[in-house]
Write a protein that binds this ligand. Structure first.
Ligand code: SAM
Length: 278
C-alpha cells in the first residue's frame, strides 16, 4: 500500500466543492475515467465504464443500490434510468449533492435517486438494506479502508454484491521510483493511501465478502489522462486554478504523474466485484 497521511478530509471536500463545475464543463457528468475499446468519444467512454462495471457485477433491475462517493450522480442516474434501480448516492461534497439532486430532478429521472451529503466513513445505513453497493473512484480518498469495508458489508443483504472501481498501487514489489511516483499522485489527488489489488482482496475477505471478479482496466482507461493533459494545455484552466488556490494547481500539475504511474506499473486501475457470503 502507498500512503500519504498528510491529506485532510476538509481538503478533499473543498476540492470537490470547488472543481465540480469545472469537471462538468471540461469532462462531463461523470468524475471517473473513460473506458475505451476503440475510438469512442470521451463522453461515450465515461458511460462505457459505468456500463462495463454494471454488466460485470450483473446488477439486476429494480435493485436497491448505495452509490458511495457518487460525484455528480452520473452512475446513480444511469442505474435508475437504465435498470430501474432505487439508488441512494452519498458524497462528501455539498455542492455535488446539490448538483446531483438538481440534475436528476430536471432530467425527470425515475425512480428518483436520493442524494445525501455525508462521510462514507461515518454514515449509517440499516443492516442488510442494499442489494448492491457501488463505488467508483472514491475509496482512494478513505482513511481507514479496512474499517469502511467491514461496515459496508453490514449494509448488504446476504448474497448482495459490491461493485468497485479504484485507482490502485501497482503490484508489489514497487521500486523506489515507482513508490515515489505513486506517492506524488496521492499528494496531488488528495488520497491518504492507494491500496494494491491484493490489499483490496484482503479488505473484502476480512469483511466477509468473496471476490468473484477482479481485473486491471489500466490499458482501457489511461487515455483519460492524455485527453485531460491536452485539454489543460489548450485552455486557460491552469490560470483559473491559480486564482482558486494552490491545491487546485497541485491537482492539475499531477495529470502527467498519473499517466506516468500507469505506464510504468506504479499504479493500476482496478475493478472488483465481491459477494457477501450468505
Ligand atoms: C473521483 S470522484 C468519483 C465520483 C463518482 N463516483 C463518479 O464516478 O462520477 C470521488 C468522489 O468521492 C467522494 N468522496 C471522497 N471521500 C468521501 C467520503 N469520505 N465520503 C463520501 N464521499 C467521498 C467525493 O465527494 C467524490 O464525489
Amino acid at each position: 500500500m502507498i500512503e500519504f497521511p498528510n491529506v485532510a478530509k476538509g481538503v478533499i471536500r473543498n476540492h470537490y466543492d470547488i472543481v465540480t463545475p469545472f469537471y462538468r464543463l471540461f469532462w462531463g457528468p461523470h468524475i471517473h475515467h473513460g473506458y475505451w475499446t476503440a475510438d469512442e468519444t470521451p463522453d461515450r467512454a465515461q458511460v462505457q465504464l459505468t456500463e462495463k462495471l454494471a454488466s460485470t457485477a450483473e446488477i439486476r433491475r429494480d435493485s436497491t443500490v448505495y452509490d458511495i462517493g457518487c460525484g455528480m450522480g452520473g452512475s446513480s442516474v444511469w442505474m435508475a434510468r437504465n435498470l430501474g434501480c432505487q439508488v441512494t448516492g452519498v458524497t462528501l461534497s455539498p455542492v455535488q449533492r446539490f448538483y446531483a439532486a438538481w440534475a436528476a430532478t430536471c432530467g425527470g429521472v425515475k425512480p428518483a435517486p436520493k442524494f445525501v451529503r455525508a462521510d462514507a466513513e461515518s454514515i449509517v445505513f440499516p443492516a442488510e438494506s442494499a442489494d448492491y453497493l457501488w463505488s467508483v473512484e472514491c475509496t482512494e480518498h478513505l482513511f481507514d479502508k479496512g474499517a469502511f469495508f467491514r461496515k459496508a458489508a453490514t449494509w448488504l443483504k446476504p448474497g448482495g454484491k459490491f461493485a468497485l472501481a479504484a485507482w490502485l498501487a501497482g503490484d508489489d514489489p514497487l521500486s523506489e521510483e515507482q513508490t515515489e511516483l505513486a506517492t506524488r499522485v496521492c499528494k496531488g489527488m488528495f488520497c491518504p493511501s492507494l491500496g494494491s489489488q491484493d490489499d483490496y482482496v484482503r479488505w473484502f475477505e476480512e469483511a466477509g465478502m468473496q471476490v468473484t471478479y477482479t481485473a486491471y482496466w489500466t490499458r482501457e482507461v489511461q487515455r483519460t489522462w492524455e485527453i485531460c493533459l491536452e485539454r489543460v494545455q489548450r485552455s486557460r484552466i491552469r490560470k483559473l486554478a491559480q486564482v482558486l488556490g494552490a491545491n487546485h494547481v497541485l491537482f492539475l500539475d499531477h495529470f502527467q504523474a498519473i499517466l506516468d504511474a500507469y505506464r510504468t506499473g506504479a499504479m493500476e486501475y482496478g475493478c472488483f466485484v465481491a459477494e457477501k457470503r450468505a
